[in-house]
Each structure stands twice: as structure tokens, then as C-alpha cells.
Ligand binder design. Structure first.
Ligand code: ADP
Length: 245
């Protein structure tokens, strides 16, 4: 079980349309990830990529199929185990300014999840926040700035620091670099590679841009516009699935 981080097995999602039969936005998808693996998910806009991310996070439930994370069926989690899942899977969205508190210094935003999950004594949080900032290549002096006072790349680094604060096993980056210029994209990709190796961090990297994905991920899955996977024969999926059980 320890060599499989995530197993997606025949997962489908339907969304209701008023007065019509529900529309399938994710169609019977199967794939898996090992701990510390960087997997790319590419596809056109509307292909269902973010919906997959939301189902892995536990924000949406699959209508068909199962999702195992660290050996557990995430749809069966409740109470403490569900909370632990919310810690172990973290997300970096496209625009960090939407979810970083605009009135709060970014260092406060970085350490907030530590308090929420009770992970670090209160008198150590500030120090831990500064360690995370250093890890992400952010000068400590930026900690007192508000998100609007930082560049797009700096804001995205803050968002990654905040996500990593709770020591996740899987980081989902959903179009996380799309608003950045090329040098910033390259810098963050190099940073993610480093973190992936140092922390054995699984990264599911979602993008419509295949070149960006290739720069980070050794394996890439392609989605079709109808929510199915282009790569039907996902290599070794069956044996990896067996290892998970
Ligand atoms: P992608 O991330 O590949 O751009 P999404 O997963 O965001 O695609 O969306 C897939 C499809 O599902 C889109 O057509 C979108 O409009 C639709 N969709 C997403 N969320 C909902 C929702 N909550 N209710 C109804 N339709 C939705």
C-alpha cells in the first residue's frame, strides 16, 4: 500500500442541467500516483480537470467509481479522518489573490493553517512561517506585506508556502502558473521540483499547456473535451491498484 498514493478508479461525475438529463463532465477515468510522483493532467478548457481536482480534495463526490488516497476510500471518510484528508491534500489555484486574505499580512496567511490544524505551538508559528518563506525563496521582509503589494509570482509562492505549511502528501496545482510570465513560471517549476524531491511530495499538475506540464512531470495524462482520458491504457494501472488493496 505504501507505494501508492492515489488511485482513481472508473470515476465519473455528472452535473445537473435544468430540465435536461445530467451532463457527464468526467467520464470513467482511472489513473494512479505514487508518493513523490509529479503527474501532469492536460486538456482543453472544460474537459473536467478541475472537477477531478475537486473530487480528490473531497469537495465534490464522484457519482461513479472510487478514489483511494493513502489506502482509504475518501468517500467513506468522516470526522477526524476526513479532516486529516483535508490536511494531506492541498491545492494551489490559478489566482492566489482570490483566496489570500487581502487585509492580512502574507506571513499571517502562511501560518493560519498551522493554527487551524493545531500543528505547531503558537509561539513557534511565526518562526515556522519564516522557514516556509525561506524555503519558497521569499525574503522575510515581505512577510508583513499584503497580497496586493506583492508580484504575481511572489503571491503564488505565498500560496504554495501556505499549502506546504501542513505537510501535505499531495499538492494539486490547478493552472497555478497561467498568470505568470515565463521566467516566473520557470522559477516556480524548479522550486516545485526541488520540493517534490526534498519532501517526497506528490504533485498533480493541471494545465491546458502541455509544455509547462512536461517541464515538471515525467508522466502526463491527456483529457478529451468529453471528460474522458485520451490515454486509455494507463500503464500498470491494474498492478498498482492491486498493490493498493
Ligand atoms: P476544466 O478544469 O478542464 O476547464 P472543469 O472541471 O472546470 O473543466 O469543468 C468541466 C465542465 O463542468 C464545464 O463544462 C463546466 O462548465 C462544468 N461544471 C463545472 N462545475 C460545475 C457545477 N458546479 N455545476 C454545473 N456544471 C459545472
Amino acid at each position: 500500500m505504501s507505494d501508492v498514493l492515489l488511485v482513481i478508479e472508473n470515476v465519473s461525475k455528472f452535473y445537473p442541467i435544468s430540465g435536461q438529463t445530467p451532463r457527464r463532465v468526467v467520464g470513467s477515468i482511472s489513473f494512479d500516483m505514487r508518493p513523490g510522483e509529479a503527474l501532469g493532467l492536460v486538456g482543453p478548457s472544460g474537459a473536467g480537470k478541475s472537477t477531478i481536482a475537486k473530487m480528490i480534495l473531497g469537495l465534490e463526490r464522484p457519482d461513479e467509481g472510487t478514489i483511494f488516497f493513502m489506502g482509504k476510500d475518501i468517500c467513506r471518510l468522516s470526522g477526524k479522518a476526513r479532516r486529516e484528508h483535508f490536511r494531506r491534500v492541498q491545492m494551489v489555484w490559478q489566482d492566489p489573490t482570490v483566496y489570500l486574505n487581502p487585509y492580512q499580512p502574507v506571513l499571517t496567511s502562511i501560518v493560519e493553517p498551522l493554527a487551524a490544524f493545531g500543528l505547531c505551538p503558537a509561539d513557534r508559528r511565526q518562526e515556522r512561517g519564516l522557514e516556509l518563506m525561506e524555503m519558497l525563496g521569499l525574503p522575510a521582509s515581505l512577510g508583513r506585506y499584503k497580497p496586493s503589494q506583492l508580484s504575481g509570482g511572489q503571491c503564488q509562492r505565498v500560496a504554495i508556502a501556505r499549502a506546504l505549511a501542513v505537510s501535505p502528501r499531495l499538492l494539486i496545482c490547478d493552472e497555478a502558473l497561467v498568470n505568470l510570465d515565463l521566467p516566473q513560471q520557470v522559477a516556480i517549476i524548479l522550486l516545485l521540483k526541488k520540493l517534490q524531491n526534498e519532501m517526497e511530495l506528490g504533485i498533480l499538475f493541471i494545465s491546458h499547456d502541455r509544455d509547462t506540464v512536461r517541464a515538471l512531470c515525467t508522466t502526463t495524462l491527456r483529457m478529451n473535451t468529453d471528460g474522458t482520458l485520451h490515454d486509455e491504457a494507463w500503464p500498470n494501472h491494474e498492478s498498482r491498484l492491486a498493490a493498493c488493496r
